[in-house]
Design a protein around this ligand. Structure first.
Ligand SMILES: Cc1cc2nc3c(=O)[nH]c(=O)nc-3n(C[C@H](O)[C@H](O)[C@H](O)COP(=O)(O)O)c2cc1C
Length: 156
């Protein structure tokens, strides 16, 4: 279906709408418009799972939302990555490298913020499970994650 998967991309972490940590308790890193506009046509909006690293750092599991966040009615298409790892600091300005490995579900509108949070938590569990499959582990080792030109800024 999505011939472009696995899809590798990289970009600077820019400020989103700032709701991720505060309202949801699930921090997300936003890519700039230039990265969003480069998405191949067959990568539809929705929720994806894959691998991510910051600068030359370790590769972690991630979930990504691509689209307009119907719950918040955004007008600008975004790519928001939640890296499944506890970081001490935020990473605005750092280079985020990701590979989108698979698709989980379409974006939805929810009746409440709690329902949205519950959906994202179940996406995270789904991503954790699927990424343990041997084929997906191989992508974690991809050279793409070792060739980042810009080391993490932000004091790491
Ligand atoms: C795994 C994941 C799934 C998401 N699913 C939805 C969704 O179904 N509907 C929606 O409106 N937003 C969804 N979001 C987007 C959140 O609403 C978004 O991350 C939040 O608004 C924070 O954005 P901000 O950092 O730009 O403020 C999802 C985000 C993630 C990381």
């Amino acid at each position: 279906m999505m011939r472009s998967l696995p899809y590798f991309c990289r970009g600077e972490v820019v400020r989103g709408f700032g709701r991720g940590s505060k309202e949801l308790g699930i921090p997300t890193a936003n890519f700039p418009a230039s990265v969003v506009e480069h998405l191949p046509a067959d990568i539809s909006t929705g929720i994806y799972y894959g691998w991510a690293s910051l600068g030359n750092g370790d590769v972690h599991k991630m979930v990504m939302s691509i689209g307009w966040n119907p719950y918040f009615k955004n007008t600008k298409k975004s790519m928001e990555t939640h890296v499944i790892h506890k970081f001490k600091e935020d990473f605005y300005g750092a280079t985020l490298s990701v590979v989108l490995v698979g698709y989980i579900r379409p974006e939805k509108n929810y009746q409440s913020l709690d329902a949205l949070i519950a959906a994202i938590k179940s996406d995270i569990e789904e991503a954790e499970r699927r990424l343990d499959l041997p084929d997906h582990q191989k992508l974690k080792q991809d050279n793409f994650f070792r060739e980042c030109a810009n080391p993490v800024v932000n004091g790491h």
